[in-house]
Design a binder for this molecule. Sequence first.
Ligand code: SF4
Length: 120
Amino acid sequence: MNEYVDKINDGRDHNRMKLYNVVPLTVPFAVSVSPSDLCNFRCNYCNWSTSAGIKDAKIISWNEFLIIIDQLKQLCVKRNQKIKVFRLSNVGEPLLNKKVPDMVRRGCGQKVGLSLCDQS
Ligand code: SF4
């Protein structure tokens, strides 16, 4: 228990790679893919609440997602490196894309840190 509390209190990962030790990178540390630029909130400071933002918003298809995954895989194999974190978020509400559960399953299969961030 104390070990857990100490880790939380410290708030740092002491095993993190120091960026200055690994640059130039051969693959990105983290990749963010936005499953949906659409958003069901209308925060008044956000571009995605404007008519232009709504007009440009897109929900990526399963095939587009697979192309991204395949290209990232090819890059990692070619460079013999791993991407540490794969995020299913950027702008908008990712859960508006009905394929998100499949995307999470596919992402988990890649053995990378996977995160999903929604509005809540
Ligand atoms: S994308 Fe985020 S900031 Fe923009 S309207 Fe939606 S919840 Fe608000």
